[in-house]
Ligand binder design. Structure first.
Ligand SMILES: NC(=O)c1ccc[n+]([C@@H]2O[C@H](COP(=O)([O-])OP(=O)(O)OC[C@H]3O[C@@H](n4cnc5c(N)ncnc54)[C@H](OP(=O)(O)O)[C@@H]3O)[C@@H](O)[C@H]2O)c1
Length: 330
C-alpha cells in the first residue's frame, strides 16, 4: 500500500452507522467489547434490537459497568459478560461450557475483535504460558481456535457470520520470514514463535498478515458461514498503549497518526456495516464495504502457496490443542 492509498482511504467519507433493527433475533458475541472499536461497536449494536449481546472479555468489572450503562439507556437490551482471555488457551477451550452454563447454545455472529499491538520499540518476545509469542497467540492463534471452538454454536444459526479484525498493515509489513519459510520448507509457526528472530516492530503487521492468509483459505473451506475480514483503518483507541514516545515518534509518527487517524466510532462503522450488510464471505471489507487487499504478493504464486501452507499448519496446530476440533471441515 502506498502512503497516498493509505491517506486516501483514511480520508474517505464513511457512511453513517447502519440503522434499524438489523440484529433482531440475533445472538452476537464480541471479543474485546470493553475498549476502542469493540466498545463503539457494542454501543451501535445495543440500538439494533439484538436477542443477546455477549461481551467476551478479560476485563470483567469494567465490562459489567459498560453493559449496565447501555441497559439503562436501552431498557430491553439483553446482554451478558463472560470471561475470555486469549492469552490462555484453557480459557478458550473452557469457553463453551461457560456459555452453556448461561443457557446459550447458539451464536449468530461471532466477532473476533480483541487484539494487541506490542509497540514500536525493540523489546524481546513475550511468551504466553502456552508457549507461544504473545502477539501471535492473541491476534492469530486464539481467534482461529475460538472460531473452531464455537463452530457447533454457529451451526445452530440459520445465517452464521464470523468476523475477524484485519489491518492495512498486513500489506506493508516485511513478509520476508514467511517467504523464507516457504522457500526453505520450514514451519511458519515455528519461525513466528522463535524468540531469537523476533522483531517487535514488525510483529503486529505480520500477525495481521497471517490472520488474513488463514481467513482467505477458511472462506474456501467453510462455505456455509459468512466469513469477513474487516479493516477498520487507523483509529484512535487504546491499541497504542504499549507505544513508546521516542523523539522520532513524537516528531513524525504521532502528528501523522493524529492527522490521519479516525475516531474509534468511525473505525467501528467498518465493523458494524459488515455485521449489518455483508450477506456472504468477503476476504477484505474496508471503508464500510467490500474491498481488496493492497498486498499483490498474496495473489502471487508464492503468496497462494504460503496461504495454503500456513492454513495447513494452523489446522494441524489447533488439532494438537483440541483433537477433533476441525472434523466439521468438508
Ligand atoms: N485502532 C486501529 O487503528 C486498528 C487498526 C486496524 C486494526 N485494528 C484492530 O481492531 C481490533 C480492536 O482494537 P482497538 O483498536 O479497539 O484496540 P483496543 O482499544 O486496545 O481494544 C483491544 C481489545 O482487545 C482486548 N484484548 C487484548 N488482549 C486480550 C486478551 N488476551 N484476551 C481478551 N481480550 C483481549 C482488550 O481488552 P483489555 O481492555 O482487557 O486489555 C480490548 O478490549 C484489534 O484486533 C486491532 O488489531 C485496530
Amino acid at each position: 500500500m502506498t502512503l497516498w492509498t493509505f491517506i486516501g482511504r483514511q480520508w474517505t467519507k464513511l457512511p453513517p452507522p447502519p440503522k434499524g433493527e438489523y440484529l433482531k433475533g440475533k445472538v452476537v458475541l464480541l471479543t474485546g467489547a470493553n475498549s476502542g472499536i469493540g466498545l463503539e461497536s457494542l454501543k451501535h449494536f445495543s440500538t439494533a434490537s439484538p436477542a443477546l449481546l455477549i461481551l467476551a472479555v478479560r476485563s470483567i468489572e469494567v465490562s459489567e459497568r459498560i453493559l449496565a450503562e447501555l441497559q439503562s439507556l436501552h431498557t430491553d437490551l439483553k446482554g451478558i459478560v463472560i470471561s475470555l482471555n486469549l492469552d490462555d488457551l484453557d480459557s478458550i477451550k473452557s469457553f463453551p461450557s461457560r456459555l452453556k452454563d448461561k443457557g446459550i447454545d447458539k451464536i449468530d455472529i461471532l466477532i473476533n475483535n480483541a487484539g494487541i499491538n506490542p509497540g514500536n520499540d525493540d523489546k524481546p518476545a513475550e511468551m504466553t504460558k502456552d508457549g507461544y509469542e504473545k502477539t501471535f497467540q492473541t491476534n492469530v492463534l486464539s481467534p482461529i481456535l475460538l472460531t473452531f471452538t464455537l463452530l457447533s454454536f454457529l451451526k445452530q444459526s440459520s445465517k452464521p457470520k464470523v468476523i475477524f479484525l484485519g489491518s492495512g498493515l498486513h500489506a506493508t509489513c516485511n513478509n520476508q520470514p514467511i517467504i523464507e519459510a516457504i522457500d526453505q520448507k520450514k514451519s511458519i509457526i515455528k519461525i513466528f514463535n522463535d524468540q531469537n528472530s523476533f522483531d517487535n516492530k514488525q510483529i503486529y503487521g505480520r500477525s495481521k498478515l497471517l490472520l488474513h492468509m488463514f481467513t482467505r483459505q477458511l472462506i474456501e473451506m467453510l462455505n456455509d458461514i459468512s466469513i469477513i475480514t474487516v479493516s477498520p483503518g487507523l483509529a484512535i483507541t487504546n491499541l497504542g498503549r504499549d507505544f513508546k514516545f521516542s523523539i522520532g515518534f513524537i516528531i513524525f509518527g504521532a502528528p501523522f497518526m493524529f492527522l490521519n487517524a479516525r475516531s474509534a466510532e468511525k473505525g467501528a462503522r467498518n465493523l458494524t456495516s459488515a455485521v449489518a450488510n455483508a450477506e456472504q464471505s468477503y476476504d477484505y471489507w474496508a471503508e464500510c464495504g467490500p474491498s481488496y487487499s493492497e498486498s499483490s504478493w498474496l495473489s502471487s504464486g508464492q503468496g497462494i502457496k504460503a496461504i495454503k501452507a500456513f492454513y495447513t499448519e494452523m489446522i494441524d496446530e489447533i488439532e494438537k490443542i483440541t483433537p477433533g476440533i476441525t472434523k466439521d471441515l468438508a
